[in-house]
Design a binder for this molecule. Structure first.
Ligand code: SF4
Ligand code: SF4
Length: 367
C-alpha cells in the first residue's frame, strides 16, 4: 500500500491502533489517559491495555464519576492536563554544588522525546496557548518548556461525546480537531479513521500493517459524529465583544457576590491547562553543599501571589477571582491575541463549591 502524506487517511482496526501505540512506545515516552484512583488521568502509559477503554467520565459543577460505556475512546479529556508534563508542578531549573570551596552551576534543561497519545481538541488549543505564552509571544522564550516541547509527537482524538461541563463549541476550540496534530483518530462504527497531519505522522503510520485506505463514507461518518457531539453542547455566551464588555464591568458590585462562595482553594488554576503562573524557590541543603533553584506552580488565588513588600495588592477573594476571570477573557487577548480559556470545563468540575465560569462570564458581561 502506498504511504499517505498530510491529509491522507486510513481505517484501522483495534489491532491497528494497538500496533500504532506499540510503535510509538518504541520511540517515545508516551503520555496518555489511564484509570487512576477512580479517575481518568494523563499518566505515563507503558502498555495499550492501560488505556481507559470502555469508560466514560460524567461531570457537572463540583462532580466527577466514571461509568461503563460501550466503545473505546468514549471519554473526554483526562481530569488533569497535559500541562503537568510540559510545565510540571515542580521543575528543577539550576543545580548548584560547592566542592573544594568552588561553586559549580548546572542548568537542568530536560530534552525528552514525548508523545501525547489521545489529546482532545480543547487541550490541543491549550497547547497552542502555552506555546504562545512560553515561546512565540515571549520576549525571552523559555528553554525549559522548549526542551520538553521540541520533539513532542501528538496523536489527537476527536470527541464523540461531551460532558455537561464541556464548552469547547462556545470557545470555538472543538469538538473537532482541526490542526496541530501528527495523527488524528476518530472512532467510527467500522473501526478507527486515522488521518495524517505531518510527515513523521505518515512515516509511523506507514509501518502499521493492520490498516486499509479510508473511504468517503468514513469521512462522512466522522462529520456526522462530530455534528452530533456539537449538538449536545449549547452556546453559553457570545465571544464577540466579550473583552470590551468585561472591561466595562471592572467596578461592578457583582464580583463581591463571588466572595460568598469562592474559598480561594486554587483548585481551578491547578486543573486549568492554560494557567501558567509560577514562583521560583531556592532549596538549600542544611550543610550548604548543594542547592537547587526550583520552579513551582503558583496561583492568583493564593494570598502571597500579589504580595509586594509584605503588602497584598489583592486582599479580598473577589479581587482574586476578578483577576482570574479577567485574565482568561480580557487581559489574555491583549497579551497573546487569544482567549486564555479553551472551554475544557475542568475548573467547573474541580471547584469544590461548584462555581461555573460559564455562568459567571454570562452574569458579569451580559446581565
Ligand atoms: S478557565 Fe476553566 S474551562 Fe477555561 S481552559 Fe481553564 S480550566 Fe478549562
Ligand atoms: S473558583 Fe472554586 S476552585 Fe477556584 S479558587 Fe474559588 S473555590 Fe477554589
Amino acid at each position: 500500500m502506498e504511504s499517505k502524506g498530510k491529509g491522507g487517511g486510513y481505517l484501522l482496526s483495534l489491532e491497528g491502533i494497538r500496533e500504532l501505540f506499540d510503535r510509538l512506545r518504541e520511540k517515545y515516552r508516551v503520555i496518555a489517559p489511564k484509570l487512576k484512583d477512580g479517575l481518568i488521568a494523563f499518566s505515563d502509559v507503558d502498555n495499550f491495555e492501560s488505556l481507559p477503554f470502555g469508560y466514560k467520565n460524567v461531570e457537572a459543577p463540583g462532580f466527577y464519576s466514571l461509568e461503563r460505556s460501550g466503545g473505546y475512546f468514549t471519554y473526554t479529556h483526562p481530569y488533569n492536563s497535559f500541562k503537568n508534563f510540559l510545565h510540571p508542578p515542580e521543575l528543577t531549573l539550576i543545580k548548584v554544588k560547592k566542592e573544594n570551596g568552588k561553586l559549580s552551576f548546572q542548568v537542568h534543561i530536560q530534552e525528552e522525546a514525548l508523545c501525547l497519545f489521545d489529546i482532545r481538541a480543547c487541550d490541543l488549543s491549550a497547547l497552542r496557548v502555552l506555546d504562545l505564552v512560553f515561546l512565540h509571544k515571549n520576549p525571552h522564550p523559555d528553554p525549559y518548556y522548549a526542551g520538553l516541547r521540541k520533539g513532542l509527537f501528538v496523536v489527537a482524538v476527536n470527541c464523540t461525546y461531551a460532558t455537561s461541563t464541556c464548552f469547547c463549541s462556545t470557545m470555538g476550540t472543538g469538538p473537532e480537531v482541526k490542526e496541530g496534530y501528527d495523527l488524528l483518530i476518530t472512532e467510527l462504527s467500522e473501526g478507527f479513521l486515522v488521518e495524517v497531519g505531518s510527515e513523521r505522522g505518515g512515516e509511523i503510520l506507514e509501518k502499521v500493517e493492520n490498516k486499509s485506505d479510508a473511504e468517503r463514507r468514513h469521512f462522512k461518518e466522522k462529520a456526522q459524529r462530530l455534528g452530533e457531539t456539537e449538538a449536545t453542547m449549547r452556546v453559553h455566551f457570545e465571544k464577540e465583544g466579550l473583552q470590551e464588555r468585561l472591561y466595562g464591568r471592572m467596578d461592578s458590585t457583582y464580583w463581591e457576590h463571588i466572595e460568598k462562595r469562592c474559598v480561594a482553594c486554587t483548585s481551578c488554576t491547578q486543573a486549568c491547562p492554560t494557567c501558567f503562573c509560577f514562583d521560583i524557590l531556592e532549596k538549600n541543603q542544611l550543610d550548604l553543599k548543594e542547592s537547587q533553584r526550583v520552579r513551582v506552580w503558583d496561583s492568583c488565588f493564593s494570598p502571597s501571589f500579589a504580595t509586594v513588600h509584605r503588602f497584598n495588592l489583592r486582599q479580598s477573594v473577589h479581587s482574586r477571582y476578578r483577576q482570574w476571570l479577567m485574565h482568561k477573557f480580557a487581559y489574555w487577548v491583549d497579551q497573546f491575541d487569544c482567549f486564555g480559556c479553551v472551554g475544557c470545563g475542568r475548573c467547573i468540575t474541580w471547584c469544590p463549591v461548584g462555581i461555573d465560569i460559564r455562568e459567571e462570564v454570562r452574569r458579569i458581561a451580559y446581565a
